[in-house]
Design a protein. Structure first.
Lengths: 184, 66
């Protein structure tokens, strides 16, 4: 184990947790997943190719672990809003906490395959190509999943149906709040 | 607040169907909310159990080398 490898692992932990929590919907499950991932990564460090993205490599391990071991458990446990929200509230509640919960709930309603790629390319900084490698599908599939995820999110948050059912000001406000989106 | 969002096209539901396109402003909003969600998680303090695990992995390795 080189010190560099260890350091990069360490540096990736917050991202691994964020990805795991977003995919599984549970921060408890996320911590178990991260631990499993670290153990596997440590044991297989010789298989990591220098010069490639360690984040993509770790996400692959985590994702495989999730699908083979945790998904069923995740459905059974189904993190109560409480734990997840509570733990998050304890650190960064600088902006509307309810908004955050609304968005997380919307995210949880997405099909799994859409949610994971949206998080990968829309938040974690992975490229479409890396996401395609991780999921074992074509780049075009990733693009269309991301697109459909966005449309679905807009739908759930009721920002695409203003013409049909009248503006849901609360959702729009929730989505727009705290973004410095100068709506003057 | 009016959004210029084209109505979703119905009918074709191929796996690779691009689906409806969202207005850039909505796309931006969703992107920003998503990153906010993610960054909140990234900034959460790392539990001791995880740091402990790393220390254990390291200790085991050092042991193995001797």
């Amino acid at each position: 184990m080189t010190p560099t490898f260890r350091d990069s692992l360490l540096k990736e932990i917050p991202n691994l947790r964020a990805f795991a929590a977003s995919v599984s919907g549970s921060i408890q499950l996320a911590d178990d997943l991260v631990q499993d991932t670290l153990v596997k990564a440590w044991a297989n460090s010789d298989k990591f190719q220098e010069g490639t993205s360690i984040r993509a490599w770790l996400f692959t391990i985590l994702r495989n672990t999730y699908y083979s071991l945790y998904r069923k458990r995740g459905r059974e446990v189904q993190d109560s809003d409480g734990i997840y929200a509570e733990r998050l509230a304890s650190h960064g509640a600088q902006e509307g906490h309810m908004d955050f919960v609304d968005f997380r709930k919307a995210l949880a309603q997405l099909p799994e395959e859409q949610r994971e790629v949206l998080i990968m390319v829309g938040a974690s900084g992975l490229s479409y190509e890396e996401a395609a490698d991780i999921c074992g599908v074509a780049i075009g599939t990733i693009k269309s999943r991301v697109n459909r995820a966005r449309v679905k999110l807009a739908e759930i948050l009721q920002i695409s149906s203003v013409d049909d059912i009248g503006p849901d000001r609360r959702s729009v406000a929730a989505l727009a709040s705290g973004l410095g989106d100068g709506s003057s | 607040m009016r959004q210029d969002v084209p109505h979703e096209r119905h009918g074709t539901a191929e796996p690779d169907d691009e689906g409806g396109e969202l207005a850039p402003r909505i796309q931006r909003l969703i992107g920003e909310r998503l990153r906010q969600h993610y960054d909140d998680l990234v900034q959460a303090p790392i539990p001791d159990t995880i740091m402990l695990l790393l220390a254990q992995l390291e200790a085991k390795e050092t042991e193995g080398r001797q």
